[in-house]
Design a protein around this ligand. Structure first.
Ligand SMILES: [Ca+2]
Ligand SMILES: [Ca+2]
Length: 333
């Protein structure tokens, strides 16, 4: 057994140097939004990652920020009820621009708004929660509810879709606008009302600068699906979600859960060190590119910095042979 010490730090100096090395890094140029389909998580009758969206004990395939729960940056869980409500049901109509049920007098939508949104609004439809709907975990990852939904008419179109020209209709369950620039992963849970007829064939996200970005075709089988999109945008960018059903199958489509997750910060990598067996080991995240590790043995007099040799995959080990040594990551010009 060897003694190991570990510590991470993000000194102010390192950030300052990073900015000097990359002039303009703080400049916020307006850029066109981007939308990318990121994957679908499905419950299938023997595995329940969608039902367990907030439960870190259940493995997730598409969590972007590494804590194994969806909705870490914010969520709306539409109109859940006690798990065994007897004959109680919800069937309440809602106009366009509604608050997604957060102000409902009984069994309201549970929500935590992400800091990067300036607004979010539900589409016209009906809040529903009936016997036989699946049980979902609550936001605490533990309490079990019978999950409700916002059911919207799929009555716009026909429009082009992956199924073909004028092959599908669409309804809009919600839209949101960013209050700051950033990158987020949006999760949308559908096929959540125990009947695939009320599930969408596709989920889409639209922005004026990207047009409509579709998911692949979903399996409309009454087993919940959670569709993820990665979105980058600037303050004021609006994103409109669509639920699609092919011509001849269109009716209504239900939305039960909206989640937002962030991404690990990539602007300034975290430099970590470990001392093990008399060697000093420095590293920073392997996926980070564009930084050079430099060292100086005397900050006060010369401020002389030299590249550290032997770095492989953002990692280097060196013997502890000098009385003191300073290290920094410098952004490559
Ligand atoms: Ca997460
Ligand atoms: Ca399904």
């Amino acid at each position: 057994m060897s003694a190991i010490t570990s510590r991470t730090s993000r000194p102010t100096r390192l950030i300052l140097i990073a900015l000097l090395g990359a002039p303009g890094v703080l400049k916020q140029n307006a850029q066109a939004a981007t939308i990318t389909y990121a994957g679908t998580e499905s419950s299938n009758g023997s595995s329940y990652p969608v039902h367990d969206w907030s439960n870190p004990a259940i493995a997730k395939s598409h969590d972007s920020d590494g804590n194994n729960t969806y909705g870490s940056a914010g969520y709306w869980q539409v109109r859940p009820m006690p798990a065994d409500p007897g004959t109680a049901t919800i069937a309440e109509s809602a106009g366009g621009g509604n608050d997604l049920g957060t102000s409902a007098g009984s069994d309201p939508t549970l929500s935590s708004a992400p800091t990067f949104l300036s607004s979010i609004a539900g589409g016209a439809g009906t809040y529903v929660n009936f016997g036989g709907y699946p049980n979902f975990r609550g936001p605490d990852g533990s309490v079990i509810y019978r999950q409700g939904a916002l059911s919207v008419p799929v009555n716009q179109g026909p429009y082009n879709s992956p199924a073909g020209n004028d092959a599908s209709h669409v309804g809009v369950p919600f839209q949101f606008t960013l209050g700051t620039s950033g990158k987020l992963r949006l999760g949308i849970a559908v096929d959540t009302v125990a009947d695939g007829n009320y599930a969408p064939q596709y989920v889409s996200v639209f922005s004026s600068s990207t047009g409509t970005i579709f998911s692949p075709a979903l399996t409309r089988d009454g087993n919940p699906d959670m569709v993820f999109f990665d979105i980058t945008g600037d303050l004021g960018d609006t994103f409109i979600i669509g639920l699609w059903q092919n011509v001849g199958t269109q009716s209504v489509a239900a939305l039960s859960l909206i989640t937002f997750d962030g991404f690990p910060e990539t602007g300034t990598p975290l430099l970590s060190y470990v001392i093990q067996d008399g060697s000093f080991h420095l590293s920073w995240p392997e996926e980070t590119t564009g930084w050079t590790l430099e060292s100086s043995i005397d900050l006060g007099n010369s401020d002389q910095w030299d590249p550290v040799p032997g770095v492989v995959n953002n990692s280097v080990s060196m013997p502890m042979t000098v009385p003191r040594n300073f290290f920094r990551l410098r952004k490559n010009p």
